[in-house]
Design a protein around this ligand. Structure first.
Ligand code: SAM
Length: 245
């Protein structure tokens, strides 16, 4: 299956979800965030939450940080990050689905935050300058990419030396069969594009990251219902650092 076909299918899937306001999301996102964190966020941003974890809570963001969210969707993690980095910081969300970008921009405008920007682009070729980012976040997106080595290479390129990546993503224990991998609908639903967790960590290391930690591995059966013939599926939180000079 070509990368182009996967991108088109994923874009179509998330375009439809954005247009439905999030009512047709692939994951059960209830309870992913501490409810107090969500106070004051636009309802539309919360309803369009399509993640499989809460990467902001492991990121330890500081006022002034420059943050990049890979696959920002309706913008929930960007808006949470924007509150933590304050007006002296900056948050960039990148997404390839125009309808998602529209929703995310509406959500930022309704919250009145000026230091958040949503850019159209693919996470395999980020529209972001070299060595310009302190912290990368991503929530349930990298599993959707047909070219994960390119995603991690791009993440390393845009991070400042010593910068870090804090990810929530779907991973597995074991591999999907080629037949399941070819199921485009399941790929777009954050299932069959997921990699074995060891292979996932191996790609991050091969890209040049260090101090890679799988912070936790939460059984994702409530998020991604288990099906016969599938490997065990997890939502993992992963952190990794770009080497300091
Ligand atoms: C499961 S949703 C998660 C959205 C958001 N991170 C959240 O937690 O609500 C996946 C998002 O990633 C975007 N996406 C998927 N693959 C992408 C890629 N290769 N490049 C850029 N965006 C991508 C989709 O358009 C969609 O908005």
């Amino acid at each position: 299956m070509s990368g182009q076909i996967i991108h088109n299918s994923v874009r179509e899937h998330y375009g439809a979800i954005a247009s439905s306001g999030g009512q047709a999301g692939c994951c059960d996102t209830t309870g992913l965030y501490n409810v107090t964190l969500l106070d004051g966020l636009p309802t539309q941003a919360v309803q369009l939450s399509l993640g499989c974890g809460d990467p902001v809570s492991i990121a330890s963001l500081k006022p002034g940080d420059v943050v990049l969210d890979l696959g920002s969707g309706g913008g929930i993690d960007c808006l949470l990050a924007a509150r933590q980095v304050g007006p002296g910081g900056y948050v960039i969300g990148v997404d390839m689905t125009p309808a998602m970008l529209d929703k995310a921009r509406q959500n930022a405008a309704s919250m009145g935050v000026q230091h958040v920007e949503f850019r159209h682009g693919q996470i395999e070729a980020l529209p972001v300058a070299d060595a310009s980012i302190d912290v990368i976040l991503s929530n349930c997106v990298i599993n959707l990419s047909p070219d994960k080595p390119a995603v991690f290479a791009e993440a390393l390129r845009v991070l400042k030396p010593g910068g870090r990546m804090c990810l929530s993503d779907i991973v597995t224990e074991g591999e999907f069969t080629p037949a399941l991998r070819a199921d485009l609908a399941k790929w777009a639903e954050c299932v069959t594009g997921a990699l074995d967790v060891q292979a996932y960590v191996g790609l991050i290391r091969a890209a040049g990251f260090e101090q890679i930690t799988v912070v936790d591995k939460v059984d994702a059966e409530t998020i991604v219902p288990r099906q016969p013939g599938m490997p065990r599926v997890f939502s993992a939180r992963v952190t990794a650092f770009k080497p300091a000079p």
